[in-house]
Design a protein around this ligand. Structure first.
Ligand SMILES: Cc1cc2nc3c(=O)[nH]c(=O)nc-3n(C[C@H](O)[C@H](O)[C@H](O)COP(=O)(O)OP(=O)(O)OC[C@H]3O[C@@H](n4cnc5c(N)ncnc54)[C@H](O)[C@@H]3O)c2cc1C
Length: 329
């Protein structure tokens, strides 16, 4: 499959890149590793006139410890480098697991953390070749006001499939966004929006330059189910972070991935654990309540009932692991 024609811009500095973004408005796309964007361009889902490559910009490659013990990770860091980083392995093993779960080694060698956080939403009906898509009408993502997944809806239900996103929310991380107007820091929890067409709060002209992960406060876990491990996007993923003892938790954050246009924070399930701690009964109840935080979960090559059972099983297994981590010490 051929790429459509575009003008390639490779800036010498971030400032030069931000200027190109401001100059070309909605005609320009940002590329980091290109492992997702270039495929979308080949599928004619993206067709920018200009392609701004951030690949290799030194400002985006740094991993540094801040004075308060947080870790600031440059958006351009490759996933392979992060999965092998000693500090991440030691302090944030669940984040390392989430990063390591992205695609295959080849994908992680190309893909960056910035590109993974900003990863476009996906849909079984849309992320296909043009020839495949031509067999039916378009949809919100292409050229028609309809959704093939949920017929009665008025918006796009393509899924957020980023593996790092849910984990970064659970760890209470923030992203640093830069434009010619300056920088702003946004909690990852507020970075995503429930809209398959406009799934982040990134404004035109803005680049994600770094992610800041606060010092670890307790225990965390990441779980993912994919059809082919080591290659596929998640059918469902789950990230959880807790602090306190199993009997009395001080904080809980549970986040589900690949079930909605945004990573979905599971408030009700979290409340059950805050009230009752991590016990067999509360884990079972939280796994049952997980479903309540989701809308229709049909965007998958399986009947809706399968995805509901999958969510329950993922949450139950992961929370059991989290409880056992404390027992093992
Ligand atoms: C076979 C295969 C399997 C995959 N499996 C997974 C998987 O299991 N889990 C998963 O999460 N992903 C998966 N991916 C998707 C993708 O490869 C990864 O998410 C990767 O981390 C994307 O990073 P990138 O740097 O290549 O992003 P790019 O392709 O360069 O960009 C992705 C999107 O982010 C935007 N973007 C990139 N960098 C920035 C920035 N700094 N600021 C603002 N916007 C930016 C781009 O405009 C684009 O919309 C898979 C891809 C393939 C081909």
């Amino acid at each position: 499959m051929q790429l459509p024609p575009f003008e390639y811009i490779r800036p010498e500095s971030l400032a030069e890149g931000l200027q190109a973004l401001a100059e070309h408005g909605d005609k320009i796309a940002i590329m980091s590793g290109g492992s997702d964007l270039l495929i979308n361009m080949k599928f004619r889902l993206d067709g920018p006139e200009y392609l701004l490559s951030l690949n290799g910009l030194p400002e985006l490659q740094l991993i540094e410890e801040l004075d308060d013990g947080s870790l600031r990770i440059g958006a351009g860091c490759k996933l392979t480098e992060l999965a092998n980083n000693a500090l991440i392995k030691e302090r944030y093993p669940a984040l390392q697991a989430a990063i390591f779960s992205v695609g295959s080694r080849h994908v992680r060698n190309m893909g960056t953390i910035g590109g993974n956080i900003c990863l476009d939403t996906r849909c079984w009906y849309t992320n296909q070749s043009e020839t495949w898509r031509d067999t039916r009408d378009g949809c919100f993502k292409t050229d028609s006001e309809q959704c093939h997944v949920i017929k009665t809806t008025t918006k796009c239900h393509a899924l957020s499939s980023t593996d790092s996103g849910p984990m970064l929310i659970a760890l209470d991380a923030s992203v640093v966004l830069a434009s010619q107007a300056g920088e702003r820091v946004v909690p990852v929890r507020e970075f995503y929006q429930d809209d398959g067409l406009d799934h982040t709060v990134l404004e035109p002209g803005e680049v994600l330059v770094a992610v800041i992960v606060p010092p670890p406060r307790g225990r965390a876990v990441f779980a993912k189910l994919a059809q082919r491990e080591g290659l596929d996007f998640a059918a469902g993923s789950f990230a959880a972070a807790v602090s306190g003892s199993n009997e009395k938790l001080d904080s809980v954050c549970l986040v589900m991935g690949s079930v909605a246009p945004e990573p979905r924070v599971m408030e009700q399930a979290g409340k059950i654990l805050m009230d009752a701690g991590l016990t067999d009964e509360s884990i079972d109840a939280a796994a049952g309540a997980a479903r309540l935080s989701l809308d229709e979960v049909t965007n998958l090559f399986t009947p809706p009932g399968y995805k509901k059972r999958l969510i329950r099983a993922l949450v139950k297994d992961a929370l059991t692991e989290l409880r056992d981590q404390a027992v093992r010490g």
